[in-house]
Structure formats: structure tokens, C-alpha cells
Design a protein around this ligand. Structure first.
Ligand code: HEC
Ligand code: HEC
Ligand code: HEC
Ligand code: HEC
Ligand code: HEC
Length: 170
């Protein structure tokens, strides 16, 4: 353990103070299947391009889906929703599942492009998921989520992976 001793004591106190977090089930507008797209060699960055270049990763607009789903690929009602949304001009309305509170600073570009951290290190085995994300309190929520950030930073050899409160809370 490097540098972390005093910070962890504070964290332990806060964890004991209790912060259950409130997981909320969400229903995504389309029964999106990550595995099927990964098996067809569609890279993560086709649909989440700013995960490499920006602070937030963002969820795809219908126009991204339409690049491949302009014509009917599948006799699936879920696929038909893409065309209906495009024709009506409405957004599909994905519900974000991973969302940090505004008092935490986090940058995808920093982790993915500069730190070379794999998506799976934080999001798990997404390419094997056949159902959409549902829990509106992701693994980075609340005090336990802070623990997940700290664990990796503590083990990281990067001088930029800080463990001081102000590194993330600024
Ligand atoms: C780079 C091309 C590509 C993009 C972009 C793409 N898809 Fe697909 N999608 C495919 C392919 C290929 C299949 C068919 C897979 C097969 O036949 O095995 C498919 C199948 C599907 C299906 C039908 C299978 C099922 O799960 O019922 C749905 C629904 C679907 N895609 C939704 C989407 C949505 C929503 C988006 C945008 C967020 C999207 N796709 C973007 C290539 C793409
Ligand atoms: C170091 C951990 C980490 C890595 C690596 C990481 N993410 Fe994330 N991701 C997060 C966190 C934390 C959030 C919530 C961010 C927020 O609310 O500001 C998030 C949010 C997201 C979202 C939701 C975006 C939105 O607008 O609702 C998507 C999609 C996503 N990540 C995709 C990816 C992809 C694709 C990769 C790999 C190219 C990746 N992430 C790599 C931690 C990570
Ligand atoms: C064809 C488009 C497409 C591809 C390719 C794709 N995603 Fe997604 N991703 C979506 C859509 C649509 C959602 C929202 C629906 C859902 O939860 O499945 C989503 C949701 C997510 C979320 C949850 C974000 C949130 O906060 O709700 C993460 C994390 C994520 N994707 C990571 C990845 C990773 C990692 C890869 C590569 C292994 C990947 N995605 C490939 C379209 C895509
Ligand atoms: C799997 C490992 C890992 C996880 C999990 C992780 N990080 Fe990092 N983080 C890194 C690495 C590696 C760097 C240094 C990147 C570089 O070398 O530029 C870093 C750097 C940072 C920086 C400093 C750079 C900047 O953008 O100012 C912040 C802030 C940060 N992470 C916040 C977070 C937060 C918040 C979380 C949890 C939501 C988190 N990290 C989770 C590995 C991780
Ligand atoms: C590597 C990044 C990182 C560092 C360093 C960090 N935190 Fe956090 N902290 C987070 C994240 C992520 C969350 C959860 C945010 C959320 O729920 O959206 C969090 C949540 C918290 C919360 C709210 C807990 C709750 O459940 O409501 C407090 C209080 C807090 N941190 C204090 C601290 C203190 C004090 C330090 C220094 C000892 C510290 N943090 C260091 C990332 C960090």
C-alpha cells in the first residue's frame, strides 16, 4: 500500500456511517444486445467514440444505428424500433446507468487513451452481455464505488493516478 493509509481511515469511517445507495431498475427502449454486435466485430468505439476522446462516453444516437440498420437486417421488432425512431425524428431515449455525482471528476480519455485501461476493467465483460444494462446505480456509485477507483489507483504505477481527495473531488 502506497500513500493511502490516512485516506483509507477516512473512507472506513464514512463507509461505517452507511451509504446504501439506491439502485433503481431501468427499462431501456430497445432490448439491445452487446454480444451480438461484438460477435459481428463492431468495435466499442463505433457506438461510444468519445470514450477514447472525451470526458464522457455517451450513448449512441439513432443515426449511429442507422449506419448499419438503414436496410432491414433482421425480422426483429426490436430492430424495427430503430426505423420508427428515425422516421419520427425522436431519440431512442437510452437511460444512463453509470453516472457519477457531479462532485467527482472523471475522464474517459484520460483512462482509455492515456492510461491504456481496458473498458472491461471498469465495466466488466460487456461483449458477453446479451441484455441491456438495468441498474441505475453502477459499480462506481457511493462509497463502495469510490473504493473501486482507489483500489486501482493505489495499485497503479502511474504518477497521475492520485489517491488524494482533491484528485477526484475538485
Ligand atoms: C457497424 C454496424 C452496426 C451498427 C452501427 C449497429 N448494428 Fe445492430 N446489428 C448489426 C448486425 C450485423 C446485426 C445482425 C447480427 C446477426 O445477424 O447475427 C445487428 C442486429 C441488431 C438487432 C437485431 C438482433 C436482436 O438483438 O434482436 C438489433 C435490435 C440491433 N442490431 C440494434 C442496434 C442498435 C439499437 C444500434 C444503435 C445503437 C445498432 N444496432 C447499431 C450491426 C450494427
Ligand atoms: C477507469 C474506469 C473506466 C474505464 C476504463 C471506462 N469507463 Fe466508461 N464509465 C466509467 C465511469 C466512472 C462512468 C460514469 C461517468 C460519469 O458519470 O461521468 C462511465 C460511463 C460510461 C458510459 C455511459 C455514458 C453516458 O453518457 O451515459 C459508457 C457508454 C461507457 N462508460 C463506455 C465505456 C467504453 C466503451 C470504454 C472503453 C473504450 C469505457 N467506458 C472505459 C468508468 C470507466
Ligand atoms: C452497436 C452499438 C454499440 C456497440 C458496438 C457497443 N455499445 Fe455499449 N451501448 C450501446 C447502447 C445502445 C447502450 C444502451 C443500452 C444498453 O444498456 O445495452 C450501451 C450501453 C453501454 C454501457 C452502459 C452505459 C450506461 O451508463 O448506461 C456501457 C458501459 C457500454 N455500453 C460499454 C460498451 C463496451 C465496453 C463496448 C465494447 C465491448 C460497447 N459498449 C459496444 C451501444 C453499443
Ligand atoms: C482499473 C484502473 C482504474 C480505475 C478503476 C480508475 N482509475 Fe483513475 N486512473 C487510472 C490510471 C492508470 C490513471 C493515470 C492515467 C495516465 O497515466 O494518464 C488514472 C488517472 C485518474 C485521474 C487523474 C487524471 C485526470 O483526469 O485528471 C483521475 C481524476 C481519476 N483517474 C479518477 C478516477 C475515478 C473517479 C475513478 C472511479 C470512478 C477511477 N479513476 C477509476 C486507473 C484507474
Ligand atoms: C480516485 C478517485 C477518488 C478519490 C481519490 C477519492 N474519492 Fe471520494 N468518491 C469517489 C467516487 C467515484 C465516489 C462516488 C460518487 C458517486 O456515487 O457518484 C466518491 C464518493 C465520496 C463521498 C460520498 C459518499 C456517499 O456514498 O455519498 C465522500 C464523502 C467522499 N467520496 C470523500 C472522499 C474523501 C474524504 C477522500 C480522500 C480521503 C476521497 N473521497 C477520495 C472517488 C474518489
Amino acid at each position: 500500500m502506497r500513500r493511502l493509509a490516512s485516506g483509507m481511515a477516512v473512507v472506513a469511517v464514512m463507509a461505517a456511517a452507511g451509504s446504501a445507495g439506491c439502485a433503481r431498475e431501468v427499462l431501456q427502449p430497445v432490448a439491445f444486445n452487446h454480444r451480438l454486435h461484438a460477435d459481428n466485430n463492431v468495435p466499442c468505439l463505433t457506438c461510444h467514440p468519445t470514450a477514447a476522446t472525451g470526458q464522457g462516453a455517451t450513448l449512441p444516437a439513432v443515426s449511429v444505428c442507422r449506419r448499419c440498420h438503414e436496410d432491414v437486417l433482421y425480422e426483429a421488432p426490436e430492430e424495427a424500433k430503430i426505423r420508427l425512431a428515425a422516421e419520427s425524428g425522436h431519440a431512442l431515449g437510452w437511460v444512463p446507468v453509470f453516472a457519477l455525482r457531479p462532485y467527482v471528476y472523471f475522464s474517459h480519455r484520460r483512462h482509455v487513451t492515456l492510461g491504456k485501461v481496458a473498458c472491461a476493467a471498469c465495466h466488466g465483460d460487456v461483449e458477453r452481455r446479451s441484455t441491456p444494462f438495468r441498474m441505475a446505480a453502477g459499480p462506481f456509485s457511493g462509497i463502495r464505488g469510490m473504493g473501486a477507483c482507489l483500489r486501482c489507483h493505489d495499485e497503479s504505477h502511474s504518477p497521475y493516478a492520485g489517491v488524494d481527495c482533491v484528485d477526484c473531488h475538485r
